[in-house]
Write a protein that binds this ligand. Structure first.
Ligand code: PLP
Length: 403
């Protein structure tokens, strides 16, 4: 991404700046911006019965219908939240109802590579939030899931299985349909963190097989601070975290963020309209980028290169550098990327994802995530390769001198 959506950054007054961090947050799509600006003109509270309130509600219900259409769900199953973290916290509750029937879950089984929002288990006591092993590519080990289901449901307990659609660090796509089928054979409840897959993969093919999905607007070109929990049956529900005034059919209290919701709906529709072509274009850019990096820079490895991955994500490990140092050096060279996960306030630590995949520490410590998106261009990728070819040897020689 050149300039698009990126505020001028100190240290790069006029130079080109390239953004390859769409998995952290993707810039606002023009359609989302327009929808939000139009929504700001609507004054009403969507719960008010008068004309202003009805106008606000109409915007919100339009967005709800747009999101439902993409997710292959009933609009009544969609609960707007402040983002996916909240949607996940809402879903990870032992007391759920599926299609109007109470289904208590005594244990949460989540893959070892879930986002921290899932790994924390939320309302499940920590001893009943169990991590399930993944293989070397970070895909859930279905035999291990089967064994965990068998073991933890033996005493009559029901399990909730939480599995992401795609990983935020590696882009690896999970065998969600197979895992869901397995969970069903144990009468389990299935939750899918679809944050990184939404806008990139077909959610409507997954929805019939899972009970709940979490999505976030800002990963697909909508605004930050808005997301949704999607119940794939309109009468499935979880107890509200915030009962408040009974908004969202009693599932999440508080006046809804109408402008953000309008932007979310517009972003989802815009992404849907171009999804196949956009993903194909991005994949070509990503694959060419990886080829060039491998050709021009020694001591480099693409993590999970052979696995089924999102088209936009490339996690590349650079031998002999610390990822944090390289991210800073690349930032100074006007390239915005992340060291592994970048969800929490600039915090960098060992990646639990790469540890679960048993990636050797000397490679894991130098892993940089390049994530492309709707605004990425061929020029951006050429800039990124040229910058890496210049900066990586500099960082390597500095770390050798310091050692
Ligand atoms: N799940 C995954 C896979 C993510 O990548 C993220 C954010 O990076 C989240 C959940 C949390 O999303 P939000 O920023 O909307 O809270």
């Amino acid at each position: 991404m050149t300039e698009h959506g990126a505020a001028p950054v100190s240290g790069s007054p006029s130079g080109r700046r390239v953004y390859l961090d769409h998995n952290a947050s993707s810039p606002l799509r023009p359609a989302a911006r327009e929808a939000m600006i139009a929504a700001f003109e609507v004054a009403g509270n969507p719960s008010s019965v008068h004309a202003h309130g009805r106008a606000a509600r109409a915007l919100m219900e339009k967005a709800r219908a747009e999101i439902a259409a993409v997710a292959g769900a009933d609009p009544r199953g969609i609960v707007f939240t402040s983002g996916a973290t909240e949607a996940i916290a809402l879903a990870l509750n032992p007391e759920v109802e599926l299609a109007g029937r109470a289904k208590s879950c005594g244990v949460l089984l989540a893959s070892a590579v879930e986002h921290p929002a899932v790994m924390k288990g939320h309302c499940f006591p920590s001893r009943y939030a169990i991590a399930v092993d993944v293989d070397g590519d970070g895909r859930i080990d279905l035999a291990a899931l089967d064994a965990s289901l068998k073991r933890h449901t033996a005493g009559g307990r029901r399990a909730m299985v939480a599995l992401q659609l795609a990983n935020n660090e590696t882009g690896v796509v999970q065998p969600i349909l197979e895992a869901a089928r397995l969970a069903r054979t144990y009468d389990g409840v299935v939750f899918c963190d679809a944050v990184q897959g939404a806008g990139r993969l077909a959610l409507d093919l997954i929805a019939p097989h899972v009970d709940f999905m979490a999505v976030s607007a800002h990963k697909l070109g909508g605004p930050q601070g808005i997301g949704a929990l999607i119940a794939t049956h309109p009468d499935s529900r979880v107890p509200p975290l915030v009962p408040g005034g009974g908004q969202e059919r009693g599932r999440r209290g508080g006046t809804e963020n109408v402008a953000a919701i309008a932007g979310f709906g517009a972003a989802v529709s815009a992404a849907r309209a171009v999804r196949a072509a956009e993903q194909m274009r991005i994949k070509e850019l990503r694959d060419q980028f990886e080829r060039e990096v491998l050709l021009r820079i020694p001591g480099v490895r693409v993590i999970a290169a052979k696995a089924d991955r999102l088209a936009n994500t490339s996690l590349i490990a650079f031998q002999g550098v610390r990822a944090e140092t390289l991210v800073i050096a690349l930032d100074l060279a006007n390239l915005s990327v992340s060291a592994g996960a970048a969800c929490s306030s600039g915090k960098v630590g060992a990646s639990h994802v790469l540890a679960a995949m048993a990636v050797e520490p000397e490679w894991a410590g130098g892993a940089i995530r390049f994530s492309l998106g709707w605004s990425s261009t061929r020029e951006d990728m050429e800039f990124a390769v040229d910058t890496l070819q210049r900066v990586v040897p500099q960082v390597r020689s500095r770390s050798t001198r310091a050692a």
